[in-house]
Design a protein around this ligand. Structure first.
Ligand SMILES: [Zn+2]
Length: 315
């Protein structure tokens, strides 16, 4: 019996999505809540249930392997999750656990790196020798393909663009350091900036929209305020573009890729930040790397990028 399918799993902090894939086609997809508070074994069991349901009556004889994109630090050679704050996991032998159950190859990548494989094989990175794929959402992550190969790095941490330092005296990042790109450009960074400005007394319709509760200051509300021309909202989103532009200029200067792809929830606000992003990118990029809006493209895949990329590891 020929093996024609592969199985992709997106292991996130809130949901586990598994899909049976044939190339870039998802034939069957199931989604379960992660329930990280129920512990490691519960999550592993949920993944097994999800994988079995996604197989949709096929046996492992038809499946090349299971590819997992997981939030956190991954050893992609051993398939171990070194540390995942979202799952509350330390040193979990994820690939080995699923291999012993299904008896087919299991590979694990960091989730953004898996999404990068999807862009490389089927998405907007296809046809490029070298590109970066930046995910700007609650956090900021990235994956790099150089000379056609996904870059892992010596300790599998290549691509932690969210934690390059933009200013050692900058705002506090989730990683504990100050001034990381993520502390400026993630949804969390955007929200924190708006909150701090509101607490300083900056006038904004966001105060009315949230009835003065800074807890309710979230990306979509900031977006709605920007739509209405709110000065603080527009300034805060442009600030995201400013720092993202510098970060992307640095990527082009350092690695000279064909293109940098941008994906993630923050792209919903791109109309407000893209002009600033292009301006700062063109200001800070080394001229030999080029100065062009074509150095940036949107990522193709949204919600299914990690799942597709996991499955694509075997293609
Ligand atoms: Zn950081």
């Amino acid at each position: 019996m020929s093996k024609e399918y592969s199985l992709g799993i997106d292991l996130g902090g809130t949901k586990i999505a598994a899909g049976l894939c044939e190339g870039e086609k998802i034939l069957k997809k199931v989604v379960f809540p992660t329930s990280a508070s129920n512990g490691t074994q519960h999550i592993l069991n949920t993944m097994i249930d999800a994988a079995e349901q996604a197989m949709d009556g096929h046996t492992v004889d038809n499946i090349l392997g299971i590819g997992i994109g997981a939030a956190g630090q991954i050893n992609s050679e051993t398939g171990e999750v070194i540390y995942s704050p979202n799952l509350n996991w330390y040193n979990v032998p994820l690939a080995a656990s699923l291999e012993s159950k299904f008896k087919i190859p299991v590979k694990v990548l960091n989730d953004v790196r898996a999404a990068t494989v999807a862009e490389q094989k089927f998405g907007n990175g296809k046809g490029y020798d070298s590109f970066a794929n930046i995910f700007v959402g609650t956090g900021v992550g990235s994956g790099f393909v150089i000379n056609g190969r996904l870059v892992n790095g010596a300790t599998n941490s290549a691509g932690e663009i969210g934690h390059i330092c933009m200013d050692p005296e900058g705002p506090l990042c989730g990683c504990g350091k100050k001034g990381c790109l993520e502390a400026y450009c993630s949804g969390t960074g955007l929200e924190n900036y708006v909150k701090s400005e509101l607490l300083k007394g900056t006038k904004s319709i966001i105060s009315l929209m949230t009835e003065g509760s800074t807890e309710l200051v979230k990306g979509p509300i900031i977006g709605k305020a920007a739509e209405q021309g709110d000065e603080l909202a527009l300034r805060a989103i442009k600030r995201v573009g400013y720092y993202l532009g510098i970060g992307i200029a640095n990527i082009h200067t350092l690695l000279n890729p064909d293109v940098v792809l941008i994906g993630g929830g923050m792209t919903a606000l791109k109309q407000y930040y893209m002009p600033t992003l292009l301006e700062t990118m063109n200001t800070y990029i080394l001229p030999v790397a080029g100065k062009s809006e074509h150095l940036i493209k949107e990522a193709k895949f949204e919600n299914d990028a990690v799942l597709l990329g996991g499955a694509a590891i075997f293609l």
